[in-house]
Design a protein around this ligand. Structure first.
Ligand code: SF4
Ligand code: SF4
Length: 187
């Protein structure tokens, strides 16, 4: 077995059109396989909040090994992943073409896709995920001090008043803040 490598990783596309992709048992098997490898490796301990949560899950289990880890504890690990791709792109020596075939971020995406299919996505998260619609809507909303939205119109720069006055919030900004607050409430 080759241990790691300096070549660029090979990213396999998500097989999201395959019904097996959404199979909860198959997903759980894959989570347990990957998490067990990560638990013995621990190289990504300081990259984000996902890995510390995962390692605490193992360390606080009865045997300290996979056999006593309950899959019900996986959700906080997955929720903490921001999909930054750092573990895959810079840290993991077991990414494809290594036979361990670890793609941690893609596995997090798969979990979220399965959650979404069974209706477990919160309202705010579902709204945030509609990036095309949100981008178009925000572009059309008027900026403060403008009569109407127009992406070709330059934004008016307000002079600094010397007192740290906050810039009035645009409708788009208010919408994003409302979504963000809802997201926090759903956590
Ligand atoms: S992709 Fe997710 S798990 Fe990997 S480093 Fe980024 S936040 Fe952490
Ligand atoms: S993603 Fe790779 S490098 Fe990071 S802890 Fe898991 S096996 Fe180790």
């Amino acid at each position: 077995m080759r241990e790691g490598g300096l070549e660029a990783p090979t990213r396999h596309p998500l097989d999201w059109r395959n019904p097996a992709f959404y199979d909860a048992d198959a997903l759980d098997d894959e989570l347990r396989r990957v998490f067990d490898i990560c638990h013995t490796c621990r190289r990504c301990f300081n990259l984000c909040d996902s890995f510390p949560r995962l390692f605490v899950l193992f360390d606080e289990s009865d045997s300290g090994e996979l056999d006593s880890v309950d899959s019900l504890g996986f959700k906080p690990v997955i929720d903490a992943c921001t999909l930054c791709d750092m573990c895959y792109m810079t840290k993991c020596p077991y990414v494809p073409p290594h036979e361990f075939n670890i793609d941690f971020p893609n596995l997090m995406l798969r979990y979220r896709a399965v959650e979404h299919r069974v209706g477990k996505t919160g309202w705010a998260q579902a709204q945030l995920a509609r990036t095309d619609r949100n981008g178009h809507a925000d572009r059309r909303l008027p900026r403060p001090g403008q009569a109407g939205g127009d992406r070709h119109r330059p934004r008016r720069i307000r002079p600094y008043d010397g007192h740290g006055a906050r810039r009035p919030r645009s409708p788009g900004r208010r919408f994003r803040v409302a979504i963000s607050n809802q997201l926090k409430a759903e956590r």
